[in-house]
Design a protein around this ligand. Structure first.
Ligand SMILES: N=CN[C@@H](CCC(=O)O)C(=O)O
Ligand SMILES: [Zn+2]
Length: 412
């Protein structure tokens, strides 16, 4: 099957195959071709260039993209999209004055979602999650990392990871699974955190590894959740099963989790709403991708990650949605990109780089996703007619996506 897209107003994010992430100054540039064509063979980008060099071939399908932007789909490297029910009551409680921390201390928060998930069948959990996955694909997401962490028992964590596996098998988008057993302390372990970390290491991890249910391992490294020592134990245990880490860190407090994650060669450190100069120093020259989650800051009214400062310090930055029922009940990456521009002062070029090639890096897939490169997967967004790509983050809240192609095929 071949598809030829012609008269593209601007083809965005064209990269050589060796570019797997962009950092600092490089993020200011979004290489593009104006008035372009792009050819897809089966599921792969096979050729592209300026219209005046468009080969005279007859493709099985031709799409006229006059006035429209074509770009890679979003790579959302941090989600908790598999969950049961919702936490709309906590949303109202926060409006009425309770903080995220108050709610967690009252037995709400993550353990509230865990109770719901434990009482939901695997089939029902799959059905609820699939509805969200379908909706984010329509919003332009073509690669998705999904975490466990609302199970908090061996059985329920396995249930979540099996649902993620099924999504991986049944959807054409790229899916990576992350084991986040250390998301919160279950009530039964309230006075025995070490016992729960032992359970994660000695029971959950071996079973998950045996069934090959996870690609990465994560810990919520935060005061009141898991300490540096807990995080280090879990990262080291993950390494024994070849699970590289992606760590929730610096959401509410900065206390050395970033340096620890870098020391253990984490693929990414995520959240970073509270970031100090030592954290920035620790990230410099490392292979660990910092990931900001601006929709979470928006929804919880907490500080935005200092993305401007990180990029100005020469660091790379990725943007992800954090789609979850408690802190971010939205997986809309278009909103994430707009919010990063509006609230974190990223330029549109920086924000688009952060949500495509750098997002792909933060989930270990930038060899095949995240840019317009010959041989990469034909996962593409075709926008509606727009004045320029700046208009995409500018016109926040408006759906400017006309068509999404995944593996070369239009999403219905
Ligand atoms: N901070 C930790 N985990 C999720 C929120 C979990 C929840 O509130 O359910 C996050 O990334 O924001
Ligand atoms: Zn998260």
């Amino acid at each position: 099957m071949s598809t030829l897209i012609i008269n593209i107003k601007e083809l965005l994010q064209i990269r050589e195959p060796n570019v797997i992430k962009v950092s600092g100054e490089e993020m200011k540039t979004l290489p593009s071709i104006k008035n372009a064509y792009l050819l897809i063979q089966d599921d792969t980008i096979s050729d592209f260039g300026p219209m005046d060099q468009c080969p005279s071939l007859t493709a099985e399908e031709t799409i006229d993209a006059t006035g429209k932007i074509v770009m890679p789909t979003w790579c959302d490297s941090h989600t908790h999209i598999v969950y049961a029910g919702n936490r709309e009551q906590e949303f109202v409680d926060r409006i009425n004055g309770l903080s995220y921390e108050d709610i967690a201390n009252r037995g709400g928060g993550i353990v509230n979602s865990a109770a719901k998930l434990q009482n939901t069948s695997e089939e029902e959990l799959y059905n609820q999650s699939v509805a969200r996955v379908k909706s984010v694909i329509k919003l332009g997401t073509g690669a998705l990392e999904i975490k466990s962490g609302y199970g908090l028992t061996t059985e329920a964590e396995m249930k979540m990871l099996r649902v993620i596996k099924r999504i991986k098998q049944e959807f054409p988008i790229e899916v990576k699974a992350t084991f986040l057993g250390a998301h919160a302390l279950p009530k039964e372990y309230k006075e025995n955190k070490e016992g729960y970390v032992d359970l994660i290491i000695n029971e959950m991890l071996p079973q998950i590894a045996k069934e090959n249910l996870a690609n990465y391992i994560d810990v919520f490294c935060e005061k009141g959740y898991f300490s540096l020592e807990d995080t280090e134990r879990i990262m080291e245990a993950g390494k024994k099963y070849n699970l590289q880490s992606k760590i929730h860190v610096n959401q509410f407090n900065a206390f050395g989790g970033i340096a620890l994650s870098v020391k253990h060669n984490a693929l990414s450190v995520d959240h970073l709403e509270e970031l100090n100069d030592d954290d920035i120093q620790a990230l410099k020259g490392s292979s660990t991708m910092p990931v900001a989650l601006p929709s979470c800051s928006y929804f919880l009214s907490i500080p935005y990650s200092p993305g401007r400062k990180m990029i100005d310090a020469g660091l790379p930055l990725a943007l992800a949605s954090d789609y979850n029922p408690g802190s971010t009940p939205s997986g809309n990456m278009n909103f994430v990109v707009s919010t990063a521009c509006i609230k974190m002062r990223l330029t549109p070029e920086e924000a688009i780089n952060a949500a495509t090639i750098n997002g792909a890096y933060a989930m270990g897939i930038s060899n095949a996703y995240g840019s317009i490169t010959k041989g990469k997967k034909a996962n593409l967004i075709i926008t509606k007619q727009v004045p320029s790509y700046n208009y995409l983050p500018y016109s926040f809240g408006e759906n400017l996506i006309e068509k999404v192609l995944i593996n070369g095929k239009a999403v219905e």
